[in-house]
Design a protein around this ligand. Sequence first.
Ligand code: SF4
Ligand code: SF4
Length: 217
Amino acid sequence: MKTAVNTVRVLFLALFLFLLRSGKMNLWLILFGVSLLLALFFGRVFCGYVCPMHTLMIPTEWLARKFNWQTKKKPDWLSSGVVAWVGLILSVAVMIYAKRVLKRDIPILLFWIALAVLVTLRYRPEVFHNLLCPFGVLQRVFGRPARFSQMVTPEGCIGCTKCVQVCPAEAVRMKVDNKALITPGACLQCTSCTQVCPTKTIKYQSIHVKPAERVNA
Ligand code: SF4
Ligand code: SF4
């Protein structure tokens, strides 16, 4: 599964670079818009499979962990999550200004990709995914009511916490009964947890969590 998922990511990264090089980033924005609608039903599949930031953060994190550059601490000033919304508003404003006034496109995504890589060299990936990414905040809102997501079937969970340890978005937590629970709005659908679960009890399936448990996204 890991190879197939990584292949899909690399193919989308190649598509992104092709569109960037040929000046057709409008098509990428359309793809992102469609992904928001799909997130209403199928969760944040864009984040897990398509986003170039996530794809590049994976080898970046591997490198950062190998050389022990990362800290588990999170910057306090980011904790409210407001910065991501400010980033979204500024990004849209810059794109509109460039298009209308400067009569040119500014590849704002390149700035965010560079920031994602730099931040991941120092901090765990959830810092960028949950507190900084301006596109992630939109995906989170649209993914919250998703009908399908990676979910844990509690009967099969032995409470090993491996899923919690590998999740790049803090989307899975242990409940008081020592069973894992995935929050759909926070889940990137990246399958990292399914790959390490020893009992294979995490599957992409119809969601059956209570509405109150979705709010925690
Ligand atoms: S990895 Fe699987 S068995 Fe372990 S806590 Fe997560 S869901 Fe439960
Ligand atoms: S819960 Fe699993 S699929 Fe969702 S973001 Fe975390 S590791 Fe990825």
